[in-house]
Design a protein around this ligand. Structure first.
Ligand code: BG6
Ligand code: MG
Length: 215
């Protein structure tokens, strides 16, 4: 494969925000009296805000009005933003900057495909916003992961056909989105969970440019 772009997910791939999404959803679920474990949360990684809320409500056999859903999403997001208020460039996972530098050096474009509406804020705080050739997030798409839309938008913005792109994801929904976009999928996390990925690494620091070029 002639790799011309690597498109990264944000939460759980470039930084540790995945755990804060979990804490904020867990607090809300507790308040609603709905059981929600870290194992359940695997299903929600990469899933957008409304989809995640509805998944939790469904677990508790609840259906709420649109106004009530909006209120709960605002509550969860306010909690999440408070939890990530402290983040700085120190929260960037080790290995991200060296990998970005290698990609730059090789003329390979760098994209972001995030299901989060807070993506711009987070990459700004991490100090990496200027390093992306294109950023696609939940504010620019209609269909969320596992739909391929956000990855396809990123590829279009980068000007690279999907078959020359590699996607990097920590979520089941994200791996499915990459595969459906016609890109090659790299997983970050547990190989047993991310079975649809071509290769799975424990963290982004373990990913090498040589591996990507040989995919
Ligand atoms: C994804 C996370 O990146 O963004 C999900 O993996 C999260 O856990 C989703 O629910 C939506 O994020 P936000 O910031 O728009 O609520
Ligand atoms: Mg993620």
């Amino acid at each position: 494969m002639n790799c011309r772009a690597v498109i990264f997910d944000l939460d759980g791939v470039l930084t540790d925000t995945a755990i804060y999404h979990f804490y904020a959803w867990k607090a809300l679920a507790d308040e609603l009296g709905i059981a929600f474990t870290e194992h359940d949360n695997e299903q929600l990684k990469g899933v957008d805000r409304l989809g995640s809320l509805r998944w939790i409500l469904h677990q508790g056999g609840l259906t709420l009005s649109a106004a009530e859903e909006t209120r709960l999403m605002q509550q969860k997001n306010a909690h999440y933003l408070a939890l990530i208020d402290h983040i700085t460039a120190d929260n960037l996972y080790p290995g991200v900057q060296p990998l970005f530098a290698q990609l730059n050096h090789s003329g390979i474009k760098i994209g972001l495909a995030s299901a989060s509406k807070n993506a711009a804020f987070v990459v700004e705080r991490l100090g990496i916003a200027a390093q992306f050739d294109y950023i696609a997030d939940a504010n620019n798409v209609v269909n969320s992961k596992p739909d391929p839309e956000v990855f396809l938008l990123a590829a279009k913005g980068l000007g690279v056909p999907p078959e020359h792109c590699i996607g990097v994801e920590d979520a089941l929904a994200g791996i499915e989105a990459i595969n459906r976009a016609g890109m090659k999928a790299i997983g970050i996390g547990d190989a047993k969970v991310l079975s649809g990925a071509l290769k799975v690494y424990p963290d982004v620091a373990a990913v090498t440019l040589t591996d990507l070029l040989n995919l």
